[in-house]
Design a binder for this molecule. Sequence first.
Ligand code: NAG
Ligand code: NAG
Ligand code: NAG
Length: 264
Amino acid sequence: MNRVVLYVLIAFAAPARLISDDVGRISNGFNGATTSVVDAEKYPFIVSVSLNDNHICGGFIYNSRFIVTAASCVFNKTTAQIQVTVGQLSLILPDPGEMRLQVRAIYVHENYDNITKVNDIAMLETSQTIEFNANVNFTYYDTVGDGPLAIVSGWGAVDESKVVSTKLREARVYPPINCDLFPADVYDSNFMFCWGQSEDDNGIRPCQYDEGSPLFKPISPTTYLVVGIVSKNLGCGDSEIFETIYTRLSAYYGWMLRTGGPQP
Ligand SMILES: *[C@@H]1O[C@H](CO)[C@@H](O)[C@H](O)[C@H]1NC(C)=O
Ligand SMILES: *[C@@H]1O[C@H](CO)[C@@H](O)[C@H](O)[C@H]1NC(C)=O
Ligand SMILES: *[C@@H]1O[C@H](CO)[C@@H](O)[C@H](O)[C@H]1NC(C)=O
């Protein structure tokens, strides 16, 4: 299968740093730690963003007309190339509620920097209204806040094969001890936060094809608040660097409201 891969080369200041193109995959971790398959529609707000019908990124439903994803996923792409699938669990089998939507407009943040990936956020306006049901729904977003645990979920591959996972996967990830692994020119805490690195993660983290996938926190057994979307990291697979940089959604309240209107 031919897959168009969006390799984003990030210019890092620190020369000894491992620079990987494996940005965005929820990889399995060390010592047999694995991600788990999401086999029921627990997270009806998650969408798959595809390029010419091949999954490239995750995203979430903001309201009945708009998806939030990473700018790096759709930057320099046309509406004819990009599709959104809601209600999806398997990329290859039909799921209840699954629906592929065309995109009417792509809004990449005006100040997105395609080199440093600052302001790595975009909204996609779908051509049709998204009908909400048990399998498809919007979610609210919030500040990162406190609390030990968050969940990241997407279709990235689980190993170094660079092939997407056909099944939606999730991993529990814990807050970082610090974020000083990232040089200042790639990490601005006003617009990003980092997450991961804890021993508890066992090396599980997003990698390629998870860009745009939401990081969210449970606020009840069935309700979640999205706090960030996967932007970049310094590798996965056998890399020892666990932290992932997420776009800090609360910093884009005004931009999302102006671009996509209010949430329901
Ligand atoms: C933008 O798209 C054009 C046409 O597909 C391509 O030639 C160019 O390399 C792309 N630029 C970047 C920075 O991705
Ligand atoms: C990406 O950013 C570079 C540096 O700011 C700029 O020169 C280039 O035009 C940008 N690419 C596109 C396709 O906008
Ligand atoms: C969609 O989510 C909202 C906000 O969490 C909730 O109030 C509503 O009941 C959900 N709709 C469906 C059809 O599940």
